[in-house]
Design a protein around this ligand. Structure first.
Ligand code: SF4
Length: 165
């Protein structure tokens, strides 16, 4: 079975972000993988049950995706609605989708409270980020599926090449 790659749907042109827009990547390697049929497009927040558009949401200050998964922190909207359950359901659905498709790694949108890998928005809704993983990234990583951001696609290619060498 071909090694597949789970990719944030918004990077592939789907208008699934909270503001109803996409964040389409024009990366050539991503396009080549897409032509090979390697990519699995997935949006954890929509799959978790959130609508498009939806209020922005951030992991509360001082926490990260792992803390949310473990029930030790929440994902909140600017008005304080607790939307953690949608993020957790979305993360588990992403894991299911990755396993079902034989995805051996993921390329997810940086800074998102779901998809961020090196950092995510810091919970103050001021546009600032803090180091740490989003909820889906935390789960995939914990389950042995490495996550790379759209800024580190060459690293993802290197990882893929090492799998069967
Ligand atoms: S949850 Fe991930 S895939 Fe969905 S819009 Fe946000 S960054 Fe994109």
């Amino acid at each position: 079975m071909m090694d597949r790659i789970l990719v944030s749907a918004c990077l592939l042109g789907s208008r699934v972000r909270y503001d109803g827009r996409a964040k389409t990547s024009d990366d050539a390697q991503l396009a080549a993988w897409r032509a090979e049929g390697r990519l699995v497009s997935f949006c954890p927040e929509v799959s978790g049950g959130l609508p498009i558009p939806r209020p922005p949401a951030e992991i509360e200050p001082g926490a990260d995706g792992l803390a949310v998964l473990d029930g030790k922190a929440r994902v909140l909207t600017p008005t304080g609605d607790n939307v953690s359950q949608y993020f957790i359901i979305g993360a588990y659905r992403a894991l299911d989708a990755a396993r079902a498709a034989n995805a051996v790694l993921a390329i997810l949108k940086e800074s998102s409270p779901s998809c961020g890998s090196l950092h995510h928005y810091d919970g103050t809704f001021t546009g600032h980020t803090t180091p740490g993983e989003g909820v889906t990234t935390a789960l995939l990583t914990r389950e042995g599926i490495p996550v790379f951001s759209e800024d580190h696609i060459p690293d993802a290619a290197t990882y893929l090449a090492t799998l069967h060498s």
